[in-house]
Design a protein around this ligand. Sequence first.
Ligand code: GLN
Length: 370
Amino acid sequence: MSHWALLGIRFLYLAKLAWQTTRAIAPKLPPQMSKPANETAKLPLIARKLRKNSVGTFVAISLLNVLPKLQGLDQGRLATWSVQARNQIGTGHLPDYIPLLAAADPTWLAVQVQRIDGQAAMVGNMRQPFVLMSVMKPFLLLFLLELLGQDAVFKHVGMRPSDQSFHSVPQLMVDEGFPRNPMINSGAITLASHLPGATSADRCDKLCEWLNLHAKSNFKLDEQMLASVRSLGNEANRTIARLLHKAGHLDDIETTLDTYNHICCLSGNVSDLARLGLLLAQPRPDISPLHQRIVNALMLTCGLYEASGEFAVRIGLPLKSGVSGAILAIIPGEGAIACYSPPLDATGNSVAGLFLIEQIVQHLNLSVFN
Ligand code: GLN
């Protein structure tokens, strides 16, 4: 069905709802809720007309809400904000525990704002590949929800936000080996152990194939990055895996850690990431709407680790970041914003990526709470 036909149906539905609601509540309004005549008279003509006709008001507001807000974005504005975003990168740092990430060019910057109708605005180093790192976590969760169902998945991972860093060992100890949510390392390492396949490479391939098939993206394993991740080991992740094993949430520590490292090294460009975002942006026949809702809710509450609450207020969208500098925002019913800029803030979120997303969201009124 075309985009306009869908909008038409949504509009008629909202108009019907407005009519029914107004009829249902109108006779029940207590007398003190109607404004005195002299106060109403002070309002401008248009406001008085709208006030007289609450159906009209409701329908007008509904119409404003169903028109795609992303239509207001043009390439020029995106370019201006990208220049401003680049000016922020001095406050960030590159992660030092993965040598190839530490060698990234801090001035690389790419952004793609993808609409569900296929239109997109984009600026920057569009062809520059980067690894997903933790941005794969929502998609690992989505894949396993589709494969195993929510009961099987949430037996091994929680739904609670954490105020600790993404690789916090004390958090997992306090929680007695039960990973708090799928957006932090403990949760994703647990889920990685439930991917189907005999070896870590098989497991990564299965996830990658599924993503590329459904998102029409072109992700592939970055072998050099994987070698770099393996080169320094990661003591926090190893301790996390041991604690998870002890609590019975994963069986083979080595295969699980290696699977987790593989899937962190899935690589694509910012257009691939934007297309991935569309898996969560609108109802679609190939993915359960309940699973989309679960993933979006966990991205909103946990996707930026301990900064999630602050950015739920400032941005108000499901978000996920990774230490590569990748960051993804889902705009339910509208599309997705994918950014890549390597310098990170103290929490491990891309400085310029967050700046850009915040600009776009504020100017176009994209928060889900509007
Ligand atoms: N591979 C990284 C790690 O385990 C992913 C973390 C991240 O992107 N925040 O540390």
